[in-house]
Design a protein around this ligand. Structure first.
Ligand code: DC
Length: 222
């Protein structure tokens, strides 16, 4: 298994649990490259387009075989490059997240991305963040976390994030979108969102981001 050669820490959890900002900061403090695997699924969604999940399996496989993922920089400043370029800001929208979630049920997509994720883990010490890092991609990682929070808390945080970007959003619509994505991510047949049996579960509902980062860094160093 690649992870015995490299230091790998995994952080999994549902959409909106605060994984991305926490993971980036923890990677910085721990001196590991940060791998945002959700961004890889989002990149695939942008590549295949709106109805990508309806394409023939062989076409999806051929399209993904041609994509090269790499990491640039280190720690909190790590950037994921797709064919040598950073992802556009449009990749972070809830619409692209929903497209990514539909593609993520397809075994062909999961197999290609797992291969790419494990290849990155063979050459780089990683803090890998996603839905199945501790269960399927790096099952032998010595240190695993699962971040959770209620759907209501996650929706409220998302509304606040969007408001800070000057994009007021409807709480009920965001909550419905988050719940739909949870349902899809948790109930798919292949590598569903779940905590690995050996993951530390952190409920972030009543925690500040600083407290979550501190908990992860302390546990990873211990
Ligand atoms: O973390 P995110 O919201 O950027 O992820 C977008 C979607 O990609 C998510 O709804 C499900 C999928 N995903 C996955 O299935 N496995 C991962 N390791 C990461 C993301």
């Amino acid at each position: 298994m690649p992870s015995d050669a490299r230091r790998i820490i995994t952080i999994d959890g549902p959409a909106g649990a605060g994984k991305t900002s926490v993971s980036r900061r923890a990677a910085g403090e721990l001196g590991l490259a940060y791998l945002d695997t959700g961004a890889m699924f989002r990149a695939v969604a942008l590549r295949l387009g709106q109805d990508g999940h309806r394409l023939a399996e062989s076409d999806i496989d051929a399209a993904l075989a041609a994509v090269v993922f790499s990491l640039d920089g280190s720690g909190a400043d790590t950037r994921l490059l797709v064919d040598g370029k950073p992802l556009p800001d449009s990749a972070r929208t809830e619409e692209v997240g929903a497209m990514a979630s539909k593609l993520a049920v397809l075994p062909v997509v999961r197999a290609r991305l797992k291969q790419a994720q494990q290849a990155l883990g063979r050459t780089t010490d990683l803090l890998a963040e996603g839905r199945d890092m501790g269960t399927a991609v790096f099952p032998d990682a010595p240190c695993k976390f699962f971040l959770d929070a209620s759907a209501e808390v996650r929706a409220r945080r998302r509304v606040a994030q969007l408001a800070a970007l000057g994009r007021p959003a409807d709480y009920a619509a965001i909550l419905a979108a988050i719940s739909r994505r949870d349902d899809q991510d948790r109930n798919r047949a292949e590598a569903p969102l779940a905590a690995a049996p050996d993951a530390r579960i952190i409920d972030t509902s009543a925690m500040t981001e600083d407290a979550v980062v501190a908990a992860i860094v302390a546990a990873a160093r211990a």
